[in-house]
Design a protein around this ligand. Structure first.
Ligand code: GLN
Length: 483
């Protein structure tokens, strides 16, 4: 039962082969049995899950249908869930029970999903390895000595280990696509503004975007359908109609113009990954796609720009955690300043503190023009590169990551080494574009992802290409041993 995709579950529920309650019990038992190996959950919500499963079964018995009605999922632990701990992977919010549901959570609940729990993540979504969580590192089901990627590593590891079919995640600089690549999943970061950020605890507000992590493009289409749409509570949400993503999966790829940027294949890319990307290009050519060489000349400036902008926004967003209104408060504060200093010093881990310091520095008088303003100018150049490229091509293709998943702890003493691994993913966030990662093969037994980028609001095109690719390849069907 645990091997089923969301699409298979929807069919099974419609055909009355099993109930949502039965499936929910199987998966909850599986999580209890197997999760200690990978640490992908921060909280399990058994009671809520069984209540939602019974309600979904009753709705089906009353003649209702829907691809998500009775579907078990989990939420990354930065989506607010009413009355349930929403920790953001931080000691700071260990005691925080959200007073309301995030829009993503309430929309999916209305569609009939069953919430099995809240998944582990890098503290405040800062990281690429899911090692900085206050609740301990997440492990990669493909090799328990390796990281699952981050920051949505809990969602990714849980889906890869077949603890559940799909989960929500967020992507500020790659946190859906990179863990998807590291764990052999399909993950989609939508266009900025496509999915509401209301109730999604902010890291860098101009870059953050929620999206689905699942095994197939078809399942990403199903989950995205339940997440996307205009939300008046989010001032950056865009009022654009949401297409029927499942209906668009079967379009032909004949004549599809795929751009392959020359900058993607420079030094730093593992040559074995380069080979796998070439194989996926050949697959898509067989399906009728036409390849064009393109250039994204400002790509080399993207990492430094991102690592100024993201910390700058984070330093502002995280100022609300002051020991007064939310979360951790130090014991016996001597005065207000002592309360702020010790509450924040005790509540935030080292990577979060580093980013707050970098961000506050970049925004301070005298340095603002040199760092923050400069980074914003680079951001515009990165966006312009994409706009030029999309005049000639329909999709941009390349590796999701330069290397496969590294060993736990390997980059702990060198944060910049970890930042460099984001080279292929962060440009989409800087430009606000949609991106998808899908399985493309293995290196030393570890999964490799291929990334597709599309123009604004062309999530459907990404899902269509990925679905056609997955009808003709079987990488996405491989299961890690032991799970
Ligand atoms: N690795 C990037 C960072 O640490 C991206 C994280 C994310 O997308 N949340 O900022």
């Amino acid at each position: 039962m645990h091997q089923m995709t969301l699409a298979e579950i929807a069919r099974g529920l419609a055909d009355k082969k099993f109930s949502s309650e039965e499936l929910t019990k199987v998966l909850l038992a599986r999580i209890t049995q197997l999760d200690p190996q990978i640490n992908s959950f921060i909280s399990l919500t058994e009671e809520l899950a069984l209540k939602q499963a019974k309600a979904a079964d009753a709705r089906r018995a009353n003649g209702e249908s829907g691809a998500l009605l009775g579907a078990p999922i989990a939420h990354k632990d930065l989506f607010c869930t009413q009355g349930i701990r929403t920790s953001c992977g931080s000691k700071m919010l260990d005691n925080f029970k959200a007073p309301y549901d995030a829009t993503v959570v309430s929309k999916l609940a209305a569609a009939g999903t069953v919430t099995l729990g809240k998944t582990n993540m890098d503290e405040f979504a800062m990281g690429s390895a899911s090692e900085s969580s206050w609740y301990g590192a997440v492990k990669n089901p493909w090799n328990l000595e390796h990281v699952p990627g981050g920051s949505s590593g809990g969602s990714a590891a849980a889906v890869a280990a077949r603890l559940l079919p799909a989960a929500t995640a967020t992507d500020t600089g790659g946190s859906i696509r990179q863990p998807a690549a590291f764990t052999n999943l399909t993950g989609l970061k939508p266009t900025y503004g496509r999915v509401s950020r209301w109730g999604m605890i902010a890291y860098a507000s101009s870059l953050d975007q929620g999206g689905p992590l699942a095994r197939t493009a078809e399942d990403c289409a199903i989950l995205l359908q339940g997440m996307a749409g205009f939300d008046p509570n989010d001032s950056t949400s865009i009022d654009e109609p949401v297409p029927d993503y499942a209906a668009g999966l079967n379009g032909s790829l004949q004549g599809l113009r795929i751009g392959v940027p020359k900058e993607y294949f420079g030094a730093g890319l593992d040559p074995r990954i380069a080979d796998l990307i070439q194989n996926s290009i050949k697959e898509l050519q067989k399906l009728g796609a036409v390849i064009k060489d393109i250039s994204l000349p400002n790509m080399q400036h993207a990492i430094p720009a991102y690592y100024v902008i993201a910390p700058a926004e984070a330093s502002s967003n995280l100022s609300r955690f002051d020991g007064v209104r939310f979360g951790h408060r130090c014991a016996d504060p001597k005065n207000l300043e002592d309360l702020y200093k010790r509450s924040r010093g005790e509540g935030f881990g080292p990577e979060v503190q580093r980013r707050i310091m970098v961000g506050a520095y970049a925004l301070s008088a005298g340095y603002y023009d040199a760092y923050y303003l400069k980074a914003q100018k680079i951001r515009r150049l990165v966006k312009n590169d994409f706009m030029t490229a999309f005049n000639e091509v329909d999709i941009i293709l390349g590796p999701t990551t330069p290397n496969p998943a590294w060993k736990l702890g390997a980059k702990n003493s060198d944060p910049v080494a970890a930042y460099l691994e984001d080279v292929y993913t962060i440009t989409a966030n800087l430009a606000g574009l949609p991106g998808l990662s899908m399985p493309a093969g293995f290196v030393d037994g570890l999964p490799v992802g291929v990334q597709l980028l599309a123009p604004y609001f062309q999530e459907g095109r990404l899902l269509n290409v990925a679905h056609q690719y997955q009808l003709n390849t079987d990488w996405h069907t491989r299961t890690p041993t032991g799970f």
